[in-house]
Design a protein around this ligand. Structure first.
Ligand SMILES: [Zn+2]
Length: 63
């Protein structure tokens, strides 16, 4: 472990091809909220199914 507390962040690009939406957040939980809002606004997805959530989680990059 480094002595410096390095703040990582979670980053994602929308899993819908051609969408281009990107988001980042300090935690996966917050990122999922942003993705859920985006999906509702732009893709008409009212509820993230467990399958969708696992696809989204697989697309998350930690920086
Ligand atoms: Zn999208």
């Amino acid at each position: 472990m480094s002595e410096h507390t390095k703040q990582t962040s979670k980053h994602i690009e929308c899993i819908i091809p051609g969408c281009g939406f990107e988001a980042s957040a300090p935690t996966e939980e917050e990122l999922l909220k942003k993705v859920a809002e985006h999906a509702g606004h732009d893709h008409g997805v009212t509820e993230l199914s467990p399958e969708l959530v696992s696809q989204v989680k697989a697309a998350i990059v930690t920086r």
